[in-house]
Design a protein around this ligand. Structure first.
Ligand code: NAD
Length: 279
C-alpha cells in the first residue's frame, strides 16, 4: 500500500474549510495565521508561499511579514510581541532557519505558547512530553495521521524513529508513546541501524540522507513513513529507498506526495485549534 499524503492532506483541508466556515458563522471571525520570513532562502520562500496559499484556500486570514536577512533581532522580537497582543491573530510561525545573528531560541520563546502553531515553544514541548494538551509540531503530527491510514491501532507496536531532531524525531517519539508504541530512537551514533530497523513494525525516517533505508532493512509487513526531503541529481528523494521498500512493507509513504503535503495541512489544523482555545 502506498499511503497517499497528497490525498489525505486535501481531505484534511476540506474538513478544515468546513470548520473555518462554522467558526465564521458562530464567532463572526476566522482564524488568522501570520508567518514571519527573514531573508531569501529559496526553500523557505517556497514553503511560505504554499502556507499562504493553503491558508487562504481554507478561508483563514493569512499574512506574511518579510524582513531582509540583516534585520535586527529586536525588530523581529518586537513584531512577535505585537502579534501576541493582536486578537485577530491565532497563529504565529517564524520560518526557520534564521540568519545566524538572530537567536532562534529567543524567537521561539517570545511567541505566546497559545499562538505557537509550530509547537516549538518549550511550554508546548513540555506539555507534549507530559501527555498534556499542546500544539504538536506539524510534520510529526502529519506522520501520525498517515500512520493511522495504514494501521488504526498502534498499541504495542515496536516503532523505530531514525533521527532525534527537535523538529521531527523527538516529538514523533512522544506521539508514538502516546499511542502505546514501544519506541526505539536512533541517530547518527547508533551502532547498527539496519539491525534496529529490522526489529520494527513501524519505521519513521527523519534523517536527511537520500535512500538510507533499504529494502533489506525492513521487516515484512512493516509500515514505513519517510520524512526526508533530499535534493539529488535525479530530483527530490526521501530517506527511504521507496522502490525496494514497497516490495516488503505493508505500507510506505512516497516522496514527494507523502509527509510533505501533510505538514502544511497540519499547520492549518493547529491554527484552527489555537483559534478555538484563544476564543
Ligand atoms: P536534522 O538534521 O535536524 O536531524 C537529522 C537527524 O538524523 C539527527 O538527529 C541525526 O542524529 C540523525 N542522523 C544523521 N545521520 C544519521 C545516520 N547515518 N543514521 C542515523 N541517524 C542519523 O534533520 P531534520 O530537520 O529532522 O530533517 C530530517 C529530514 O526531514 C530532512 O531531509 C528534512 O529536509 C526533512 N524534513 C521534511 C519535512 C516535511 O514536511 N516532509 C519537514 C521537516 C524536515
Amino acid at each position: 500500500m502506498i499511503i497517499d499524503g497528497k490525498k489525505t492532506a486535501a481531505e484534511l483541508r476540506q474538513e478544515l474549510k468546513k470548520r473555518v466556515a462554522e467558526l465564521k458563522s458562530t464567532h463572526n471571525a476566522v482564524p488568522g495565521l501570520t508567518v514571519i520570513l527573514v531573508g531569501e532562502d529559496p526553500a523557505s520562500k517556497i514553503y511560505v508561499k504554499n502556507k499562504e496559499k493553503f491558508a487562504k484556500e481554507v478561508g483563514m486570514n493569512s499574512e506574511v511579514i518579510r524582513y531582509p536577512a540583516d534585520v535586527e533581532e529586536k525588530v523581529v522580537l518586537n513584531k512577535i510581541n505585537e502579534l501576541n497582543e493582536d486578537k485577530k491573530i491565532s497563529g504565529i510561525l517564524v520560518q526557520l532557519p534564521l540568519p545566524k545573528h538572530i537567536d532562534k531560541r529567543k524567537v521561539i520563546e517570545t511567541i505566546l505558547p497559545g499562538k505557537d502553531v509550530d509547537g516549538f515553544h518549550p511550554m508546548n514541548v513540555g506539555n507534549l512530553s507530559s501527555g498534556y494538551d499542546s500544539s504538536i509540531p506539524c510534520t510529526p503530527l502529519g506522520c501520525s495521521l498517515l500512520l493511522k491510514k495504514a494501521e488504526k491501532n498502534l498499541s504495542g507496536k515496536h516503532a523505530v524513529v531514525i533521527g532525534r531532531s527537535n523538529l521531527n524525531g523527538k516529538p514523533m517519539t512522544q506521539l508514538l508513546l502516546k499511542e502505546n508504541c514501544t519506541v526505539t530512537v536512533t541517530h547518527s551514533k547508533t551502532k547498527d541501524l539496519k539491525a534496529e530497523c529490522l526489529r520494527a513494525d513501524i519505521i519513521i525516517a527523519a534523517v536527511g540522507i537520500p535512500k538510507l533505508v533499504k529494502g533489506d532493512w525492513v521487516k515484512k509487513g512493516a509500515i514505513v513513513i519517510d520524512v526526508g526531503i533530499n535534493k539529488t541529481d535525479s530530483g527530490i528523494v526521501g530517506d527511504v529507498d521507496f522502490d525496494q521498500v514497497l516490495k516488503v512493507a505493508k505500507a510506505v509513504t512516497p516522496v514527494p506526495g507523502g509527509v510533505g503535503p501533510m505538514t502544511i495541512a497540519c499547520l492549518l489544523s493547529n491554527t484552527v485549534e489555537c483559534f478555538k482555545k484563544l476564543n
